[in-house]
Design a binder for this molecule. Structure first.
Ligand code: NI
Length: 140
């Protein structure tokens, strides 16, 4: 088989810092505190998030690449890094006005923002919140 016929995936990591507060307005203060603990503190707290984007596609015989990384970088920067970096997710990202910004929900939101990348198929998005936990979403 030639390289163009083989299935190859491309992964690339990005980073942003943001704050959030885990709070469900439909629950009482006591319930929120019990469920979310210190993550429910009123003024929020920050994380240095790492986002791993995984794509697949045909290798272009002319370039030997699935996608030009510069194209991917500018797409991810425009759709995710610029709108999220150094923001309050709860207050500045409309998708989280009515959704608790857990990393599960964040992961789905990032996938939705990136799935229209024109040069390769988005396979999955993994978001690492701390060194101990990460979440992955591979689409509906
Ligand atoms: Ni947190």
């Amino acid at each position: 088989m030639t390289a163009e016929q083989l299935h190859v995936e491309l992964g690339r990591r990005y980073h942003f810092s943001a704050s959030h507060r885990l709070h469900n307005p439909q629950l009482s203060g006591e319930e929120n505190c019990r469920i979310y603990g210190k993550c429910n503190n009123p003024h929020g707290h920050g994380h240095n998030y790492a986002v791993e984007v995984r794509l697949s596609g045909k290798i272009d015989p002319a370039t030997g690449m699935i996608s030009n990384l510069a194209d991917l970088d500018s797409f991810v920067n425009e759709k995710v890094i610029e709108p999220f970096d150094h923001r309050s997710l709860n207050e500045e990202v409309p998708a989280f006005r009515n959704a608790v910004p857990t990393t599960e929900i964040l992961c789905i939101e990032i996938f939705r923002r990136l799935k229209s990348f024109p040069y390769a198929k988005l396979e999955a998005v993994r978001v690492q919140e701390t060194t101990n936990n990460s979440f992955e979403f591979a689409g509906e």
